[in-house]
Design a protein around this ligand. Sequence first.
Ligand code: FES
Ligand SMILES: [Fe+2]
Length: 331
Amino acid sequence: MFEGGAVSDGLRDQWYVVADASDVGEAPRAVTLLGERYVVWRPAGGRVDGPIAAAPDRCPHRHGPLSAGTVADGCLVCPYHGWSFDADGACVLVPSAGAGAPVPPTARLALCPARERYGLVWISPGRPNGEPPTIAQDADPDYRRVTAGIETWHTSATRMTDNFCDVAHFPFVHAGTIGADTDPVVGAVDVEQLDGDFTGYRYVVDVRDERGDIVRQAMSTGFALPFSVRSNTTYESGPRAGQDRVLLLCTTPVDDVSSLFTFVVWRNHDHDLPAEELLAFDRAIGAEDRTMLEQIPGALPLDVTGTVDVRSDRLSVRWRQAFGRLVAPGT
Ligand code: FES
Ligand SMILES: [Fe+2]
């Protein structure tokens, strides 16, 4: 599904997280997306706040790996014969021809759309219609954002996104964290358009906080195609009433059976907490999901007749149907 000629145009025309922005510095970086290699670099050099560029990791001359090259004077320099490509992808120097010699017009990189958003690098191998999903709290100075860094999971991106839309596994997979002693019954899942980018549902849960108090949380969980899942949590009672938290889970298919995973948290509280402390609980939850998913072979069948679904699966089924239409339009 995610490799070679099997990748649909609908899948290509999407945004994917391929790196943590802080991991793209002075050197160009290789990433693999949908079974193909890309190079990501900062044409302005090592400034991490400089713009990002991306292209297939293949020099047009003899297909040298551009990601093994360097960035110098605003250009990406191929390590094989030293051709230099400017920020627009045009070759501006062929050393063997001598300075000032004309450059073949086909000596050009096919740049991919690239964005830096939420401390992450997003690229598209096609022509996306819109932008990466909007998290409104990112523009609100009351919220602090923390990014978790990138992991590689040995499972399909389809299984990961299905899992992130599903709360019925909490008492079982997450018995060591959020799921301890919780009610396994999942209430109504009424899927709606939550906002411009996310489709999901709202619900209210009573959980026991770290002090042993029962607190009521208003939550929503939703997806944005292809592989973003967002959970919003607002404490409605107890000492944390009014505290609000947004969790964005991002999945990227490296190939059919391995995927990148990262998450970003926004909070309007605990601004002084060290980032690692703030991330620790969500990291532990992610590790529990990973342990389960890496035991399940292959991709999730997109045809819903390939699985048995119940009421609590309503959101993940909705995602699977929408995602299936990207892969095979008209179905
Ligand atoms: S392969 Fe890149 S310059 Fe020759
Ligand atoms: Fe989970």
